[in-house]
Design a protein around this ligand. Structure first.
Ligand code: IMP
Length: 178
């Protein structure tokens, strides 16, 4: 699998530092608040696991599974595949994303959670791809910015593969031909 990687964009060590930094900021900003971190499956998985261990607060975790991608293209049509396990009314919600690209997913999910009565909804994303934006949105917490390339690893997939890479990278063109 690792042979398919053309270049590494964010190393394991950089990811560790990012989680530490974001965890500190979130700990400071949510003092005294009832916080629920909502991870967007499946991509949030490794990031969520590492991030929450850097947050020194009582918090709850929940997950939402939405889908808008097929292969390397966003379909622009966000569907809920698996809903939250608890109501989020009256809670402060932090949505945890692997990457914000067109902004369609987080904009839609944010609207939905506010409609359900969340007190506040903010976004923490490991990666931001601002050049891909179709909807205007700025995540409150950003790990790092990546160029407008399709990336895989650390939760991010290409056709469900490569999520288990410990870093974020770009695939060799040959990997798309399999
Ligand atoms: P958006 O709705 O276009 O902002 O896309 C958000 C979702 O699309 C992310 O949660 C990812 O699952 C997926 N996505 C966007 N860009 C990439 C990428 O470069 N690699 C893998 N998945 C991506």
């Amino acid at each position: 699998m690792k042979n398919d990687i053309l270049k590494v964009l964010v190393t394991e060590d950089e990811i560790k530092q990012i989680c530490k930094k974001l965890g500190k900021e979130i700990t400071k900003d949510y003092q005294g608040k009832e916080l629920v971190i909502v991870g967007l499956l499946k991509g949030c998985n490794p990031f969520m696991a590492d991030l929450i261990r850097e947050i020194d607060l009582f918090l709850k975790v929940d997950y939402l599974s939405v889908s808008s991608y097929q292969g390397t293209e966003s379909t622009g049509d966000v569907r809920i595949r698996m809903d939250l396990s608890e109501p989020i009314s009256g809670k402060h919600v932090l949505i945890a994303e692997d990457i914000v690209d067109t902004g369609t997913t987080i904009t839609t999910v944010k609207k939905l959670l506010l409609h359900r009565g969340a007190l506040s909804v903010k976004i923490v994303t490991l990666l931001d791809k601002p050049e891909g934006r179709l909807m205007e949105c700025i995540p409150e917490y950003i790990g790092t910015v990546v160029p407008n390339e399709f990336v895989v690893g650390y939760g991010l997939d290409f056709n469900e593969d490569y999520r288990n890479l410990p870093y974020v990278g770009v695939l060799k063109p040959s990997a798309y031909e399999k």
